[in-house]
Design a protein around this ligand. Structure first.
Ligand code: SIN
Ligand code: CO
Length: 410
């Protein structure tokens, strides 16, 4: 699939513009798009997925069951025999993070780049034999379900209906009643917001490509903040004690005590810039195991230096082609303020950006693939060039010798 745009709308959204989709559907109601990916040729088939599920670094599940036989799940890694002995009906194999394990499949997620980059969680791919399904359920995140091979019958029900029960290791919905039924064929896409009951049953052997979005909880952000505060001298310093006034039961906290401790906590939360940094770092956080970065990231804090254009590091930078971001890289970019530097966060690692590097980072992070030529204007300083070379050396970006014109715009 090369062309995704139709007039000012997006083909992947059935001709809706991103703004119309985000205003009317996103987190609100389902959207079915026939031929969102016309001529879709799935990069992997059931055999490829079974191969991935043998690896112990790959998260996979095998779900068996149907309306007449209780669903139950087993977790991978699996052995070849698990698939050779599998029955002809009523099972599904699901593999998580396919975009990260098989970078050649990551282009599928590019069609969703109207959403913030950090919001993409993973590309999960399922292979089901006829009758296979994971049972009726609700998800707590947004998902785009793209039909790969074969046909799957999707049914959805009204939000809030049915009752969640834990059965066979799965959280399923008792009393699921369908209000809509669609048969999805290769290239069709169904968007579901969180909380919509759904049930997808394979009509023929099929693959489903689920582009799952992240939901970030207040607890996630607070955990990120606590993590940040753990490196902050002021937050680590003991809070001066309250001075007891008069006699009182020794274990009792007075209103005055509580006001004192509350004020100390609120003072920590009053620093907006600190909160912004914690938010930026937390949102860029990734699952463990994928391109883990250094906590302190000192090696990437490249300051203006004596590097000259004859620096061997600088000279290794490619002068043409594309820079392609690794699919496991999750990014947030925080612009500078009057009294604090800009920050780039990569998989939970924060880098302070000097002023002359912000435009380079902005351009580089605007798309998953950026022509080297588009960065030219930002690579006149040797330390910017060294910085970019380090990102390439660490495998966060990769050089591909594709012809590219274009610019930094999304
Ligand atoms: C599947 O691919 O079988 C399940 C996807 C889902 O319901 O979220
Ligand atoms: Co689901």
């Amino acid at each position: 699939m090369t062309e995704t745009r139709r007039e000012d709308g997006l083909r992947v959204l059935g001709g809706l513009s991103a703004a119309a989709f985000l205003g009317d559907y996103w987190q609100r109601r389902p959207l079915l798009v026939r031929q969102a990916f016309p001529g879709f040729e799935p990069p992997l088939d059931g055999g490829d997925l079974a191969g991935l599920a043998l690896e112990d670094t790959v998260e996979s599940r095998l779900v068996r069951g149907s309306a007449s036989q209780p669903w139950r799940v087993r977790h991978g890694p699996f052995a070849e025999g698990d698939f050779l002995q599998a029955p002809e009906r009523d099972w599904t194999l699901l593999v998580q993070d396919v975009d990260k394990h098989v970078p050649d499949a990551a282009w599928i997620t590019d069609a969703f780049d109207f959403l913030p980059q950090w919001q993409l969680d993973d590309l999960m791919v399922s292979y089901a034999v006829p009758g296979g399904s994971v049972g009726p359920h609700v998800d707590r995140y947004d998902v785009f379900l793209l039909q790969g091979h074969g046909v799957r019958r999707w049914q959805i029900g009204p939000p809030g209906s049915g009752r969640e029960t834990l059965s066979g290791g799965l959280r399923l919905l008792d009393g699921f009643e369908a209000t809509d039924t669609w048969d999805l064929e290769p290239g069709d896409l169904l968007y579901l917001p969180p909380g919509v009951p759904h049930h997808g049953v394979a009509v023929t052997a099929c693959t489903t490509w689920s582009i799952g979005l992240r939901s970030v909880s207040a607890l996630d952000l607070l955990t990120g903040l606590v993590d940040d505060l753990g490196r902050d001298e002021q937050a680590l310093a003991p809070i001066p004690d309250t001075i007891p006034t008069g006699r009182r039961p020794p274990a009792r906290l007075t209103d005055r005590d509580l006001a004192h401790w509350r004020a100390a906590l609120r003072q920590l939360l009053a620093d907006d810039r600190q909160l912004d940094r914690a938010i930026a770092r937390t949102l860029s956080g990734n699952k463990p195991g994928f391109l883990e970065t250094d906590d302190e990231a000192e090696d990437l804090q490249i300051l203006p230096s004596a590097a000259t254009p004859s620096d061997p590091d600088v000279d290794r930078l490619p002068s043409a082609g594309l820079l392609v971001r690794h699919p496991a890289v999750r990014l947030t970019l925080l612009p500078a303020t009057a009294d604090d530097a800009a920050r780039l966060c990569i998989n939970g690692e924060e880098q302070r950006l000097p002023l002359h590097r912000f435009a380079l980072a902005d351009c580089l992070c605007g798309k998953r693939q950026v022509p080297v030529a588009a960065l030219d204007g930002h690579l006149t300083s040797a330390d910017n060039r060294r910085w970019l070379q380090q990102l390439l050396d660490r495998g966060l970006w990769e050089h591909q010798s594709d012809q590219g014109g274009g610019n930094c715009q999304r």
